[in-house]
Ligand binder design. Structure first.
Ligand code: NOJ
Length: 515
């Protein structure tokens, strides 16, 4: 386990819309370099960079054309190397985004794989053995290449699935076992890519759809796990400081497979949804724990979370996110105050937390945008960072019409410049919370987590982390709980008081108390 993960706080950067250094309307690596001091000022000491590789951008770069080359619009491989060095000088680690499950259909491997003549790459992707063979349970693209067969897609149609084999083989004529030489060659190709970028100076990878490698396997996915365990062995041996973080959202399985961290994502009826995003968009009814109407149920989150936390203790971390590039920003459903409480809570939880660019200033989810590069409903979460009050909020000097996506030009669009001036802004609040986290190992990834007061459909929620108590009342009503304690307030949003053996919390408050 890389030691630095104990106190890592990540910042996710979507390179398209973070900072444009050359005025072409799209963010780039030099732009990111110019903002590293800002990232550090937040207390973030690690960055997850969304894909920066050569791509036709049918899925914002998750359709990789060349794993070994930085996309021209972001800069060069040399620029990326410089970013690694500069970040390291400033005490910031950088994770790249590794897409192991599929490539772009324009990737050289796929161009060769679709040739009718057998070649080294014929078995790199999953093809049926004839164009007339198209079992409906598989997402196949049919009859669009000269090769006599259909290929499986992993996500969008332009993203053919790489071949790691099948666990449960139902069509032996074309489904291979994971130990087939073609499937083993895919794993070796993946390791080569990882070594290339680790040697160039990156500090590890966020792994896209990490569970999607071997097909026809459910539940614990033993064959996919076997592959990741092998990769973890390589890292432990040759790159022991490199971190591996999975998009899996099943920490017991992912951490068992060798990942150091697994993301807690917004999935149907899971604990993360119950905390922050449980809203019926048709009726408008919000049942999220952090909704101010107080209709949430903390026990629905805890039932899942405690089980996962206990199962992964001392083995790996669950990563809370404020948001990511696939999820509506919390401000789509929450006010700034609700978001401030939710984000502050996230940085007081165990595991390795992630801050999505712009959340620290309460950037809005922008409704009504046309899809960009396969963004669809995700596009409103990917708009340009709002730095200051100059043109395009300082994101780019290009004409507004030439921007990758429009900036939020509404009158109350938050900016870093304005947030800096307000001591109670989300920005300055999170700076304080993250600084306190860095100062106190009890509040970091490994620190203990113990529930003190969590009652079905009641507030506040109180928990303990080592020598700290955290009490949070996201609702717009005063809330009290039986809890007697002696301690000193280290940080608070709003006020609370001790009344006999009760703690009474003002509406929309959070307190961090050292006992
Ligand atoms: C998950 C990524 O986060 C998402 O943006 C992408 O579209 C899919 N995986 C496919 O790679």
């Amino acid at each position: 386990m890389p030691n630095w993960l104990k106190d890592a706080v990540f910042y996710e950067i979507y390179p398209q819309t973070f900072c444009d250094s050359n005025g072409d309307g799209i963010g780039d690596i030099r732009g990111i370099m110019s903002k590293l001091d800002y990232v550090r000022s937040l207390g973030c000491n690690a960055i997850w960079l969304n894909p920066v590789f050569d791509s036709p951008f049918m899925d914002a770069g998750y359709d990789v054309r060349d794993y070994y080359k930085v996309a021209e619009r972001y800069g060069t491989n040399e620029d990326l190397g410089e970013l690694f060095s500069l970040a390291h000088e400033k005490g910031i680690k950088i994770l790249l985004d590794l897409v192991p499950g599929h490539t772009s259909d324009q990737n050289e491997w796929f161009r060769k794989s679709k040739q009718p003549e057998k070649n080294e790459f014929s078995g790199r992707y999953i093809w049926t053995d004839s164009v007339w063979e198209a079992p409906p349970q598989y997402r196949l693209l049919c009859g669009i290449t000269d090769r006599d067969g259909n290929y499986l897609v992993n996500f969008f149609s332009s993203q053919p699935a790489l071949n790691y084999g099948f666990n449960n083989i139902t069509h032996p004529a074309w489904q291979k076992s994971p130990s087939d030489p073609d499937c083993l060659a895919t794993v070796e190709a993946l390791k080569d890519i990882m070594r290339f970028w680790l040697d160039a100076g990156c500090d590890g990878f966020r792994v896209d759809m990490a569970d999607s490698l071997v097909k026809n396997e459910d539940g614990e996915k033993p064959e996919t796990c076997r592959i990741w365990k092998g990769i973890r062995e390589m890292l432990d041996k040759d790159y022991p400081d490199a971190a591996l973080i999975s998009e899996w959202c099943n920490p017991k399985v992912a951490i068992g497979a060798g990942f150091h961290c697994d993301f807690y994502l917004d999935h149907d009826n899971n604990g993360y949804r119950y905390l922050f995003r449980d809203k019926n968009w048709q009726t408008g009814e919000c049942k999220a724990v952090f909704g101010k109407n107080g209709k949430g149920d903390i026990t629905k989150f805890l039932d899942e979370y405690l089980d996962d936390l206990n199962a992964t203790k001392d083995k790996g971390y669950i990563s809370f996110i404020t948001c990511n590039h696939d999820t509506p920003r919390m401000t789509k459903m929450f006010s700034q105050q609700e978001a401030k409480l939710a984000y502050s809570f996230i940085f007081m939880m165990p595991g390795v937390p992630f801050l999505y660019y712009g959340d620290e200033i309460g950037m809005k989810f922008m409704d009504g945008l046309n899809s960009k590069e396969g963004g669809f409903s995700r596009t409103g979460t990917r708009t340009p960072m709002q730095w200051d009050n100059t043109a395009n909020h300082g994101f780019s000097t290009a004409d507004a019409k030439d921007l990758y996506l429009p900036v939020d030009t509404s009158e109350n669009a938050p900016t870093v410049e304005d947030a800096e001036k307000d001591p109670d802004s989300i920005l300055n609040t999170l700076r304080r919370v993250i600084a306190i986290r860095h100062e106190n190992p009890d509040l970091q990834s490994d620190g203990e987590f113990e529930v003190i007061y969590a009652v079905k459909e009641k507030y506040p929620f109180i928990f303990k982390r080592g020598n700290f108590i955290i009490a949070v009342n996201p609702t717009e009503k005063e809330q009290k709980a039986p809890f007697a304690f002696d301690g000193e307030t280290v940080f608070a949003i709003g006020g609370y008081e001790k009344k006999g053996s009760y703690i009474v919390m003002q509406p929309q408050t959070l307190a961090l108390i050292r006992i």
